[in-house]
Design a protein around this ligand. Structure first.
Ligand SMILES: Cc1cc2nc3c(=O)[nH]c(=O)nc-3n(C[C@H](O)[C@H](O)[C@H](O)COP(=O)(O)OP(=O)(O)OC[C@H]3O[C@@H](n4cnc5c(N)ncnc54)[C@H](O)[C@@H]3O)c2cc1C
Length: 406
């Protein structure tokens, strides 16, 4: 005899989910008359509405935001403590250390810094190593996210030799297997000074890195080196990927290296002189605001660029129309940017224009078309008329920073 199975009654189930509405029938599909929803097999079923509700939080502007990591929503619901939700990797007793000396422009990890940390992570994970960042103070959460296990703060020196002395003291204390730096202006200088001071082998401008293999440029070609890696290495930008796995927990070092006694400085490096964003070379500008055919009010555009202390850019159509000088054209037949942030006002995002953004880290698009390619490329999109956004932005900047802008 077969086992007696209760038959479903879809009408009764639907009636049980009926909730009062404004004259219209409404059903709350997450509500179940008999507790959590189960499938015929008895397994708990997913409830996408309830999951979404848990991820909902209120942003600083008072608007509802979905936090995909689930952290904030779950905390609000009191479901779990952050420690139990966020999975962090702990490297407790490493067999060896890999030191990374990032550039940390303006006290934050930039794209190349993260790539160098990604390479260090790869070498550390090939054994049981830990990645140690040595640098000026930086937000530890972003360090952990980039794959760092330990952090040694470095004093802020205006004398490059003093910095090398402090780095050498850290190296003596930790005896790292490798020291990795970006092949940037600053990283390249430190690496060569370290090599000269310590006499350790140095490989520069590495383009591909594995535990037993290195590929680096050589003349017009590339050269592969197999075997033991040199203790000091610099990595070329945009060749190695950043760490994309779970965040690492930054644990304290058992013995913090002692600060060395420094000799009086023989030379000092002065403070960085900032260039005028309005006239600086577009290819070097860190922050570019560009106008496309969607911009009709160029007086407002120029005020916005000034208020943001940005460098002006434009799409080819705008330059062809004579609204902006040809030197401001961004794209394949204009300038390729190396900016940290790009604001595209009324620019569709044609392939030739997007080629100019190859190395831009943050893109903000202002466009009336939600489906514009520039909106797809952007990390933040404002779907609105650029003529309305520009004065609104200037008003916010004036309220926050006065007439001088940001
Ligand atoms: C060989 C070749 C090389 C090229 N090189 C380049 C290059 O280097 N750089 C370059 O930029 N282009 C280049 N182009 C041209 C390119 O293909 C596009 O035609 C051009 O980029 C389009 O410019 P646009 O986005 O400003 O204009 P459109 O394509 O007309 O787009 C305007 C955008 O503005 C939006 N918009 C309209 N009104 C508003 C509003 N009120 N508020 C907000 N948004 C609004 C629209 O939704 C649209 O997305 C090249 C083309 C060729 C064939």
């Amino acid at each position: 005899m077969s086992a007696l199975r209760l038959r479903r009654d879809p009408r009764a189930e639907r009636a049980a989910r009926l909730v009062p509405g404004n004259g219209r029938l409404r059903y709350d599909m997450s509500a179940t008359p008999e507790g959590p929803m189960t499938s015929p097999s008895g397994r708990l079923r997913r409830d996408p509405r309830a999951e979404r509700q848990r991820l909902l939080t209120t942003g600083r502007d008072g608007r509802a935001r979905l936090v995909r990591s689930g952290l904030v929503g779950q905390m609000a619901a009191g479901a779990a403590s952050p420690a139990s939700v966020v999975k962090k990797i702990r490297v407790e007793q490493p067999e060896f250390f890999i030191i990374v000396v990032p550039d940390l422009p303006e006290g934050r990890l930039d794209r190349t810094d993260r790539q160098v940390l990604g390479a260090a992570r790869k070498l550390a994970d090939a054994g049981s190593g830990a990645v140690v960042v040595v640098g000026a103070t930086v937000d530890e959460a972003s360090l952990g996210q980039a794959g760092t296990d330990r952090f040694v703060p470095l004093s802020d020196h205006s004398d490059p030799e003093a910095r090398i002395t402090e780095l050498v003291a850290v190296m003596n204390a930790l005896s790292p297997r490798y020291v990795l730096l970006p092949e940037s202006e600053e990283g390249a200088d430190i690496a060569r000074r370290l090599a000269a001071r310590t006499g350790l082998g140095l490989t520069v401008g590495i383009e591909a890195l594995g535990p037993k293999q290195v590929i680096r440029p050589c003349g017009a070609g590339r050269q592969e080196w197999a075997g033991d890696l040199t203790p000091l290495m610099t990595l070329a930008p945009d060749r190695v990927s950043a760490w994309e796995g779970d965040a690492h927990e930054i644990l304290p070092l058992e013995t913090m290296p002692e600060k060395p006694v420094l000799a009086p400085a023989r030379m000092t490096v002065g403070a960085l002189q900032s260039a005028d964003p309005a006239t600086m070379n577009l290819g070097d500008a860190p922050f570019v605001v560009s106008a496309g055919r969607g911009v009709t009010d160029f007086t407002a555009f120029r005020s916005t660029v000034r208020a943001l202390h940005a460098t002006p850019g434009a799409s080819r159509v705008v330059c062809d129309n004579g609204d902006m000088p040809r030197a401001t054209q961004v794209g394949a037949s204009g300038t390729i940017l190396d900016a940290l942030c790009y604001v595209a006002l009324g620019i569709a995002g044609a392939p030739q224009h997007l080629q100019g953004l190859g190395r831009v880290e943050h893109v903000v698009a202002v466009n009336t078309d939600l489906h514009a390619a520039m909106v797809a490329r952007a990390g933040l999109a404002i779907i609105a008329d650029a003529q309305a956004v520009m004065p609104a932005l200037c008003a916010v900047l004036a309220a926050e920073y006065g007439e001088q802008g940001a």
